[in-house]
Design a protein around this ligand. Structure first.
Ligand SMILES: [Zn+2]
Length: 302
């Protein structure tokens, strides 16, 4: 009888087991929650308001990381400056970089902006290619599939649930993509300037052409000479918007837009960047709305 009760207890414990998941940033946390449902507990480290390359390492992160089964990251060195050291401090070898629980969600994404020469000199933040794929609508499905596979592997008893949730969510993404493509048609071919090199996936999706970047290299402050050259190039190319996000200082993009004679447009770089952006799908809709509002009334084609 005692043995039977033990078996029952073990079965119940397994049945109620949930994966403890930490996401480096809220877009991954949102998608993970959609896929994991009741079988996972998900939290995010970054709030969505910060620059994803430099999230302040809060002490409250440590116990969360210590208990995590899985750590979801954007990868491509996006979190290089803050996450690996933090995980080391959390004393959880499972989720250390290279460990079985450190998950790189960029797997299978068509990586854009791969530098011809690998170089982290002067603090280059994108040595392995551009990591800002979270704001590219085309990347959501792959992130969802990656997370589903990882969850199914870590908790096989819930594999069917993860598969179903992933399929449901990917259907919503397909609907989203059709809506964005239809509503965002007028963005096709417009010329833009970005602040940090973080718009390559978004531009690729809508067909926007990035004429130049205020930062000469990711994370590097521009010189006066660089800004002057960019201004000239942008005017000649008929740039219609200088685009930045809420984590960036608005002064430079506003000044650049002013000097070119176009508009500065502030978009969001992550879920949680603004109160109304509570999901990855919201983020995509928000950014399209801001882009369309920003170019409204602008003569876009030569
Ligand atoms: Zn970056």
């Amino acid at each position: 009888m005692k043995a039977f009760i033990m078996v029952l207890f073990t079965a119940t414990a397994l049945f109620s087991e949930r994966l403890q998941v930490v996401a480096s940033m809220p877009d991954l946390a949102d998608i993970a929650a959609k896929i994991g449902g009741d079988a996972v507990n998900v939290i995010t480290l970054a709030t969505g308001k910060e620059d994803l390359h430099s999230v302040p390492a809060r002490p409250a992160f440590l116990p969360k990381l210590n208990k995590a089964d899985l750590l979801l990251t954007l990868g491509l060195d996006a979190e290089h400056a803050w996450l690996p050291a933090l995980v080391k401090e959390a004393r959880n070898s499972r989720i250390c970089e290279g460990g079985p629980g450190w998950i790189d969600c960029s797997h299978g994404i068509e990586i854009l902006g791969i530098p011809q020469k690998l170089d982290r000199s002067e603090g280059e933040q994108h040595p392995d290619g551009n990591p800002h794929y979270n704001i590219g609508p085309q990347c959501g499905e792959i992130i969802a599939i990656n997370i589903q596979k990882v969850f199914a592997n870590a908790l096989p008893s819930k594999a069917e649930l993860f598969e179903k949730n992933k399929n449901d969510y990917c259907l919503k993404i397909k609907e989203l993509i059709s809506e964005l493509r239809e509503k965002g048609k007028s963005l096709n071919g417009i010329k833009i300037v970005e602040y940090h090199p973080d718009l390559i996936y978004l531009s690729h999706f809508y067909g926007m052409k990035i004429v130049g970047t205020i930062e000469p290299k990711a994370g590097i402050s521009p010189s006066a000479a660089h800004l002057k050259k960019l201004q000239k190039q942008a005017k000649e190319s008929k740039v219609v918007a200088v685009i930045y996000n809420q984590s960036q200082n608005r002064r430079l993009p506003e000044k650049m837009a002013n000097s070119i004679g176009c508009k500065p447009i502030q978009i969001a770089n992550a879920v949680g960047a603004k109160k109304e952006i509570s999901s990855w799908i919201d983020l995509q809709k928000y950014n399209l709305r801001k882009l369309l509002e920003g170019i409204a009334g602008v003569q876009m084609y030569e």
